[in-house]
Design a protein around this ligand. Structure first.
Ligand SMILES: [Fe+2]
Ligand SMILES: [Fe+2]
Length: 305
């Protein structure tokens, strides 16, 4: 893993000198090797506990729940990839449930959700787990629709890549919460894009830590790549299609109102639409699909605020 970010200068071309927030990317890499948990949105966690007490759930039904919750989805993938009957490469959540076995997934769900609710440490002042959750679910569905329209990427992989594109936020929120809050507050106050503020203060961004975690937790290569490159898909030489789709869905989610930070990421909507051969008139319909999906997810998981 490259320890250097591609954002080596600020918007005026001045070399960036990260301030000392006490953690460099190599240290984070070491932490991630020991990490086995990321926090879930509290309302979602409460619903997961009640779902975990259900009987007779099919693997497909459990996968449908997991695909609405980024922290649990990636945890399930990790579990599936380490199970005895795991295929050489795990590609989707249904297979992750099947190889982990439904009773084990239900136990994992309960333990995961309980752990989130037990810790005061996952209560934040500036960062909102609820906004993060809505944004992730919106980008997931936007990515899937764009994959279906462009026919260049497996829609399920695109969904997973969208769901986990900002998983680095959860890494920062749980591993360096004080720095995360400081960066989040500064980005909001300065009306600055979160990634720029991160790079200014840490010297690296959630794209890098998120991609490291996705790799560590055995996510498919296009998902890792989209986490790494969703702010600058033009740098992705291996999985440009999925990274550009996620970048566009990310931008659309911000413009639809599912914002995860003070300002939208830098990927240009018009340029990406053009590259993906999509008409600007399609944006409204895709936004509406995102809204419907978030509303449906809120209803299924009892998210009211
Ligand atoms: Fe991002
Ligand atoms: Fe995002």
């Amino acid at each position: 893993m490259q320890a250097r970010s591609r954002l080596d200068t600020d918007e005026k071309g001045t070399p960036v000198q990260p301030t000392a927030l006490g953690v460099d990317l190599e240290s984070m890499c070491v932490r991630l090797k020991r990490l086995d948990f990321l926090p879930t949105e509290p309302q979602v966690a409460r619903k997961l506990i009640s779902i975990s007490e259900s009987n007779n759930l099919a693997p497909e039904e459990l996968a449908k729940v997991a695909e609405l919750e980024p922290a649990f989805a990636i945890r399930l993938f990790r579990e599936g990839a380490h199970s005895e009957s795991a295929p050489e490469s795990l590609e989707n959540l249904v297979t992750a449930v099947q190889v982990t076995k439904v009773p084990n997934v239900l136990s994992l769900m309960k333990a995961h959700a309980t752990r989130t609710l037990r810790r005061d440490a996952y209560v934040f002042r500036h960062f909102s787990l609820t906004e993060y959750w809505r944004h992730s679910v919106a980008v997931a569905m936007g990515s899937k629709v764009l994959a279906l329209l462009t026919n260049k990427v497996d829609p399920e992989i695109a969904y997973l890549a969208g769901l986990l594109h900002d998983v680095g936020y959860l890494v920062h929120a749980s591993q360096i919460p004080a720095a995360h809050e400081e960066i989040f507050f500064a980005a909001r106050s300065n009306r600055e894009e979160y990634g720029v503020e991160e790079h200014r203060r840490l010297g690296w961004t959630h794209a890098e830590s998120g991609a490291m975690l996705c790799r560590e937790w055995c996510m498919p290569a296009p998902v890792v790549s989209a986490a790494a490159n969703h702010h600058m898909p033009e740098f992705d030489n291996e999985h440009y299609e999925v990274s550009s789709i996620v970048a566009l869905a990310d931008r659309m989610a911000h413009e639809t109102g599912f914002a995860n930070a003070s300002t939208a990421p830098p990927a240009a909507t018009a340029l990406l639409l053009n590259q993906l051969k999509l008409a600007p008139a399609q944006v409204g319909a895709i936004s509406q699909v995102m809204v419907n999906h978030v509303l449906r997810a809120q209803s299924i998981l009892d998210v009211h605020q």
